[in-house]
Design a protein around this ligand. Structure first.
Ligand code: SF4
Ligand code: SF4
Length: 63
C-alpha cells in the first residue's frame, strides 16, 4: 500500500525527491508527479528530501 501522499498543486518540480528515491519510484512529467505503488517501499526518504513539504507520510495509506 502506498503511504506517501502528494499535496496537489504544490510541487515545483525541482526533482530532489526523484534523485533521492532508492527505488526510482517517482516520476516527474510536465505538470505531474507520480509515485509507483509497485516500486515504492514507503521508506519516506522523499518526504524528508522535499524542500517545500509537498510529500507527506500517511500511515493510513493513500487511496
Ligand atoms: S517512500 Fe522511498 S521508495 Fe517510496 S517514493 Fe519515497 S523515496 Fe521512493
Ligand atoms: S522534492 Fe518536492 S517540490 Fe521537488 S519535485 Fe519532489 S515533491 Fe516536487
Amino acid at each position: 500500500m502506498l503511504m506517501i501522499e502528494i499535496t496537489p498543486n504544490k510541487c515545483d518540480y525541482c526533482g530532489t525527491c526523484v534523485s533521492i528515491c532508492p527505488e526510482d519510484a517517482i516520476e516527474l512529467k510536465e505538470a505531474d508527479i507520480t509515485i509507483s505503488e509497485e516500486l515504492c517501499t514507503n521508506c519516506s526518504k522523499c518526504v524528508w528530501s522535499c524542500p517545500i513539504e509537498v510529500l507527506k507520510f500517511n500511515k493510513e495509506g493513500v487511496k
